[in-house]
Design a protein around this ligand. Sequence first.
Ligand SMILES: [Zn+2]
Length: 427
Amino acid sequence: MEGEARERDDVTHLRRQLGASILALLLCAVCSLLAAPMVFAAPAARVSDIRAWTNEIYTRVAIDTRDEVSWQANSVRADPARGLPPRIFIDIRGAGIRDDILRKPVEVRNGLLRQVRAGRFDHDTVRVVIDLERESDYHVFAMPNPFRIIVDIDGEGEIPVPPPPPAVAALDPAGPPGSASVDPPGAEASIPSPTRKHRVRVMIDPGHGGKDPGATGPTGLKEKDVVLEIGRLVREKLSRFGEYDVRMTRDEDVFIPLEERTAMANGARADLFVSLHINASRDRRAEGYSTYVLSRGASNREDLELAARENGVPLHKLQGVKFIIDDMFTGARKNESLRLAKTVNSAVVRRVSARYPGTQSLGLKQAPFYVLVGARMTAVLVEASFISNAREESRLRDPALLEGIADGVVEAVRYYGQNGILADSGH
Ligand SMILES: [Zn+2]
């Protein structure tokens, strides 16, 4: 990394980088206000893993540091004279790095990403360098608890057609089994329909799993089990119609980090992303169904608390990604998501009401859910009733209710697909 340490020339902030830069500056300002020794005297944080999911149009890199660190992202253009590609680099202050990561660059060479490498830039700074194959837009943001820096690289628009089947490469050189090393279930090449018509690709995301049970009901029913059951039903029902290629972020009781779920959907080039959850509240009387889209804030405290819980972070840590949300989730993608969310919620409530009259609809809502941040497709998050409500928990044990929820999701996806919204989505 000595070579990289001397690379101080022609550092340019890319246009899209502005949000992250502001955030980094704010973080630095906070550091100095709080007296630097507090942050830097105890370098407990260290780069413990670098994970990546990539294909030739999209890459997400996650840098794990466990504890919160101060960081800054920059990029440099290619330097043909020195044989250097365009690079993005993330400087992490006051952190160490695990030795084997230091020695082992992650090679990719897939047309978008060349490799990811890391080293000590100076005594106080670890630098992670992402060597690109070509200039690309990118976003950098951090998620807390455990702290990780996420780099989303968008290579769209310069791809020779037709693209090869989706390949989500796990680049986890020494990560724990079951983290990034798992190919997304259903990521194998899809079988093209006889007419070669574009099949609508739907990524179903049953929330939580493994060590993360999600919310638990008064008699012990776990959110992670209920949403997996609903997810399997949605896949089964939707797959009966030939025009859908349905995949799941998980099809078993495993833990998958939130950023990996989004990366799976992006890497598979899904048209739709539907994250499935069951709500919970301290108010045991709270009940009803709601469907969310991503936004930087929420209209009330309950929704913010819900997002914090689903994100696995304390409420006061929720704000870290708000610049990025404004920058990445706009225009058609947001409008389509709002539309799908509304359709999903009314279809689910109608189906469930057939069995349980009087079921409440809480309607379309917005909140900062991390699992939706950076999703490149129409993306919604369903909160199908309250597991904390004794009556709704007992209903969630009724297989017919789960069928009803799944039928509602399927109906909404089909309605959405048949109304031409997906026809223009490309690929
Ligand atoms: Zn949940």
